[in-house]
Design a binder for this molecule. Structure first.
Ligand code: K7E
Ligand code: CUA
Length: 864
């Protein structure tokens, strides 16, 4: 009694303390003052904050730069959702640590060499009529010229293709308007024959190129055989873009070394950077991929390099498929307007952006009006005659993105650390905003598609300098979110990127992405087909052939089947594992001690891990995802025996065992526990059935999962009973515990289903009731009162019908509890709970709202 009383005092005191603290800290003005926030800051927070459970409007895919990965985050919340392993192993996804993902990664090996990283720059979606479809994503690797395909049905990398002729690239991956081709343009010129050539042969044999990778939509794969390239002069090609609308069929690639300067700092010559920026202009390459597609059908137009067709400059020129237009020195971004008419180029070393008019370009081409040809015979168009105009923007214009509003474009200024908003039709600057610092790419929502959505822009800043808590000399990158909804741009959020230098992002309306949440049973996620080693419950087995051992296993909460595997030293061992779960997010992992293998096995997936068991010993394997309360128990042992050795058995250690009586009493206990647990399950099942759970898909799938678990009990229970009958009480106890495990899993999911269903069924809360709930929570009332249950205070369901003139009674009681401590009813309660209702100092409005909330509870009695 003494102890209880003391406890109740402590509870009351802490509740009161909680009350005052939360009152103080929930006052907006106070918080703003304490945290030194301006009204603008609070507004920015309101524009980006997503309450728990709320989803984002846009999803952004960012290249991970030197990390060789992609990262995925949401706008406007700027919450990071995922890293996708692309050119780099990514252990948490098993990428590069299970057999099938290793195969994908190894597709990226170059001339026999294992490559385990990449320098990713430009992600791009599949397109239809120039609009984003978003079922596949392409990304390039600048360092080791490659393109990867990421399947957005499960956000996994499924293909890597190696560029057969280039040694480096940058103008990839750019997609033509109906995903006919993925464009990849080279960067640093090199001999296409992959042989040694001295720099003196630069003009003669060093070459750039553009590769047109054919995308086979039906297979979701790049078709390497159907792909081809076009040879370019060694001008150091750069960014590219595909034409659309009126420029459909054409593509544009920048370059920055029309000087063909070859450096030589070590010989006392001016370095590359000096010679490459000597001319006032470089060249934009203008080419027609539809014509090139035809040229690639006739062997007289191309040369084969490493099994790949490369159309010669000469053939392209002859067919009228390749032209050059001068552009301001050392340009970087080239971006085609949503309607396809304009091509905007930013010259890094020029303060202007140049707007080319494709109509004018086309007219000159049709009239064959050229100002000459370059040393390789490519016709050159008159820059002035192709320009719509130029606008002075500031220092270091790099990249562009378009707005939803016609004629509006945003350009990044690297040197000035700004974004400029301007009108590319009327050639007028409209607004500018500072970013932090040294911005590269930028993106308005779907800003490079035929239908930009505007709303927000992302600034991808190269330097973050002083923006974040210091984490050592290698600083995070900084992605900044800008509100572009109004006439003035406003910076509203900073997202430090802890993963390489993300060069470019691509954004998409979230509702266009429809990834699956589980796999059809037995899926090989890297091929999308059923895995040849799919294993269902009851099919678990170990097969041996010579020194190859194949384990066909299954994973389900919370065991790995099999749990013991014995092999010989030197055996080649493959674990095939199928996750039998059907429930969303019930992923299991698989790792074997010391053998450098790991798999992430999402529901329905089948994976394989292979290794040579070259070390003798006992090696635990286990699940690496905390998948249930019994996750730590999800394990097994791999025994590796040396067949050449004789093993003497160790003398068994005699340990004290349980007596028969002890066993019987434990058996009774577990039977009783199982009965009680089953009663809870049955009451939940009754609730679900009474309320027609099957009408609610989300609840239905949860119930199905629960029943899956429950369905396993029969078999296990039979084993328990059989053991008991045979007099094996110990065995019976173990099987009964297994029954209990299934019951716990059933109850876990069942209760989640019940809560979900209750939420579906509850009547909507009126604003006053909502405020009442807030006040109730803020006041800490839920510390003692649990709705639907007697806890350390009475259940409040029905409180409004427990008293005469109840609303007034409850009002008075909350207002001044002490005034009623002497009433018989309250006295009984105080005695029963050993607690007094404390005064929470609610104001009248709050109390009225709480009464509205209590009414809502009564309306929904029985749901909680
Ligand atoms: Cu400007 Cu590779 Cu597109 Cu970096 S790139 S910024
Ligand atoms: Cu399965 Cu942890």
């Amino acid at each position: 009694m003494q102890r209880l009383l003391k406890q109740s005092l402590v509870v009351t005191a802490s509740l009161l303390a909680l009350g005052t603290a939360s009152l103080a800290s929930s006052d907006l003005q106070t918080i703003m003052k304490e945290r030194k926030l301006t009204e603008k800051d609070v507004l920015a927070a309101a524009k980006t904050y997503q309450p728990s459970g709320r989803k984002d409007e846009f999803v952004v895919f960012s290249s991970g730069g030197q990390s060789g990965q992609i990262l995925v985050y949401g706008v406007p919340s700027m919450r990071i959702y995922k890293y996708i392993g692309v050119f780099t192993p990514e252990p948490w996804q098993g990428y590069g640590f299970d057999d099938d993902s290793k195969k994908v990664l190894r597709q990226g090996d170059i001339r026999g060499r294992e490559i385990n990283w990449g320098d990713t720059h430009h992600p791009n979606f599949t397109e239809k009529n120039g609009e984003y479809v978003g079922d596949y994503l392409f990304i390039n690797d600048k360092a080791n010229p490659r393109i990867a395909v990421v399947n957005l049905h499960d956000f996994e990398t499924t293909q890597i293709v190696v560029n057969p002729i280039m040694k480096s690239e940058h103008g990839g991956s750019f997609v033509t308007p109906n995903t006919e081709y993925v464009i990849e343009a080279s960067q640093y010129a090199a001999p296409l024959d992959h042989q040694y050539h001295p720099i003196e042969e630069y003009e003669a044999v060093f070459r750039g190129a553009v590769t047109l990778w054919k995308f086979d939509y039906a297979k979701g794969k790049i078709d390497e055989k159907a792909s081809f390239s076009l040879e370019f002069p060694p001008y150091m090609q750069d960014l590219s873009d595909a034409g659309k609308g009126e420029s459909f069929g054409w593509a544009f690639t920048n370059s920055f070394n029309s000087e063909m300067y070859t450096g030589g700092i070590e010989k006392g010559l001016p370095p590359f950077e000096a010679g490459m920026s000597r001319n006032d202009t470089d060249y934009m390459h203008v080419y027609n991929w539809q014509m090139l597609e035809k040229l690639a059908q006739d062997p007289k137009n191309y040369k084969i390099y490493h099994g790949h067709r490369v159309i010669s400059i000469e053939a392209a020129v002859k067919a009228g498929a390749l032209f050059l237009i001068p552009e301001p020195k050392s340009p970087h971004g080239v971006d085609v307007s949503p309607d396809g008419r304009y091509i905007v180029v930013g010259g890094k070393l020029d303060t202007h952006a140049s707007v080319y008019d494709f109509r004018k370009i086309k007219q000159l081409i049709d009239k064959k009006e050229f100002i000459g040809a370059d040393p390789y015979g490519i016709p050159i168009l008159d820059m002035k005659k192709t320009l719509h105009g130029q606008v002075e923007l500031g220092l270091g214009p790099l990249h562009h993105t378009y707005d939803a509003q016609d004629g509006i474009i945003y350009t990044s200024l690297y040197v000035d650390s700004q974004i400029v908003k301007w009108d590319y039709k009327n050639l007028k600057v409209l607004d500018r905003v500072n970013v932090h610092y040294n911005i590269g790419h930028l993106d308005s929502m779907e800003g490079k598609s035929a239908k930009p959505k505007g709303k927000y822009a992302l600034a991808l800043d190269k330097l973050s300098i002083d923006r974040f808590n210091p984490v050592g000399p290698l600083h995070p990158q900084n992605h900044q979110l800008i509100d572009i909804g109004g006439p003035k741009m406003e910076l509203i959020y900073d997202l430090p990127i802890p993963l390489g230098e993300p060069h470019d992002v691509i954004s998409i309306a979230a509702d266009k992405l429809k990834p699956q949440v589980t796999y059809p049973m037995g899926t090989n996620s890297r091929t999308g087909k059923q895995h040849e080693a799919m294993t269902l419950a009851g099919q678990e087995r170990v097969e041996r052939k010579g020194n190859e051992v194949k384990i066909y296993g299954t994973l389900i909460r919370s065991h790995i089947n099999p749990e013991h595997v014995t092999v010989n030293k030197g055996d080649k061992v493959t674990f095939y594992l199928t996750n039998l779960e059907r429930a969303q997010d019930e992923t299991h992992g698989f790792a074997v001690s010391g053998y450098n293998v790991h798999a992430s096995v999402e529901p329905g997936k089948t994976v394989a891990v292979t290794f040579t068991a070259d070390e003798e010993g006992v090696f635990p394997y286990y699940c690496t995802e905390f998948c249930s309360a019994l996750h730590l128990e999800m394990m097994g042992y791999l025994y590796v025996k040396d067949p050449k050795k004789k093993y003497e058995s160790v003398k068994e250690l005699k340990l004290q065992k349980m007596s028969k009586e002890q066993l019987e009493s434990e058996y009774k206990k577990v039977i009783a526990t199982n009965k009680a647990t089953d009663d809870v399950i049955q009451s939940v099942v009754k609730f679900l059935k009474d309320k027609n759970y099957a009408k609610y898909p989300k609840v239905k799938s949860l119930v199905e999962d629960a029943l899956d678990q429950y369905g396993k009990i029969g078999e296990v229970k039979a084993k328990a009973d059989e053991s008991y009958k045979k007099g094996d009480v110990n065995g019976a106890i173990l099987w009964e515990y297994q029954v209990w495990q299934y019951m716990v899993k059933t109850a876990d999911v069942g209760l989640r289903a019940k809560n979900n269903l209750a939420k579906e069924l509850a009547t909507p809360m009126k604003p006053a009731a909502q405020k009442g709930e807030e006040a109730y929570l803020k006041g800490g009332c839920n510390g003692c009162h649990v709705i639907g249950q007697v806890s350390s205070g009475p259940d409040l369901t029905g409180v409004l019908s427990r008293h005469e003139n109840a609303e007034k009674w409850v009002f008075d009681f909350i207002k001044n509890p002490a005034s009623k401590y002497e009433e018989d009813y309250v006295k009984t309660m105080i005695n029963y709970f050993n607690l007094r209702m404390p005064n929470q100092h609610m104001n009248d409005q709050e109390i009225k709202d709480i009464i509205e909330y209590l009414k809502w509870i009564d309306e929904n009695a029985g749901l909680f």
